[in-house]
Design a protein around this ligand. Structure first.
Ligand code: FE
Length: 236
């Protein structure tokens, strides 16, 4: 038995959530998968958020956060919108319907099963992430649907994970027999999330075989990371 098989870590289970917070009159939300309940009475929940994220800064400033529990109707463009854009560059709620909790933290109205607001009681810096531990202050069931699991996101929606996520996995390239020919094909980069389309790797999860030139990818193909269309890519 191998004792350094990192795929053992990939078998951990998670959900998929929006984490919303505010600072003054600004609001923001991002995607997180590391959310878990710690105690039942009172209800305390832990949330890990990357230290570079704007949401992390907002949580530290306001002391509150809202967890939106996504359901399976949340698609790749929706998740990509919150997960692969930065609130420093845009207002993520400009075109997304939302409501706010009593503390003013935003939660999307659609694609969510429930919303839980936490008041942060303590936090610990853990390398790249901050682990926030909060006490439940408000909770509501928003809609029907089955809560999205991280496994569903990756295996059914073929979603990817950004390097800023705690559960990031380095992509393993799949090289084809036409490697020599493929070497002359150009790589393209997504202008929104930075995903690089490499013809040698293709996008097998998205139905694009290794060895496919970017020009030959069907027009309805979308960025496997953030969900934007092909015209948002630039030649590298
Ligand atoms: Fe992208």
């Amino acid at each position: 038995m191998k004792t350094d098989d990192i795929t053992a870590v990939f078998t951990l289970s998670y959900g998929l959530y929006t984490i919303g917070s505010k600072s003054g009159d600004r609001i923001n939300a991002q995607i997180a998968n590391a959310v878990f309940q710690i105690t039942a009475d009172p209800v305390r929940i832990a949330v890990a958020v990357n230290r570079e994220e704007l949401t992390n800064q907002f949580i530290k400033e306001s002391g509150y956060l809202a967890i939106g529990i996504l359901n399976q109707s949340a698609d790749i463009p929706f998740i990509g919108h919150f997960g692969f854009n930065s609130g420093r560059d845009m207002n993520k709620f400009e075109k997304v319907e939302y409501f706010t909790t009593s503390s003013g933290c935003p939660c999307p109205k659609h694609n969510t099963v429930a919303c839980i607001e936490l008041e942060v009681e303590s936090s610990t810096e853990v390398g790249t992430h901050t682990l926030f531990i909060g006490k439940l202050t408000e909770c509501s069931v928003i809609g029907q649907g089955i809560p999205m699991t991280y496994a569903y996101y990756r295996e059914v929606l073929c979603g990817k994970t950004p390097p800023t996520a705690p559960s990031y996995r380095a992509q393993e390239p799949v090289l084809s027999d036409q490697q020599k020919e493929v070497k002359t094909m150009k790589k393209y980069v997504c202008s929104v999330c930075g995903y690089e389309y490499d013809p040698a790797v293709g996008d097998p999860d998205g139905g694009v075989a290794p060895g496919t030139a970017f020009e030959d990818i069907p027009e309805d193909w979308v960025c496997p990371v953030c969900g934007v269309s092909k015209d948002q890519f630039n030649e590298q």
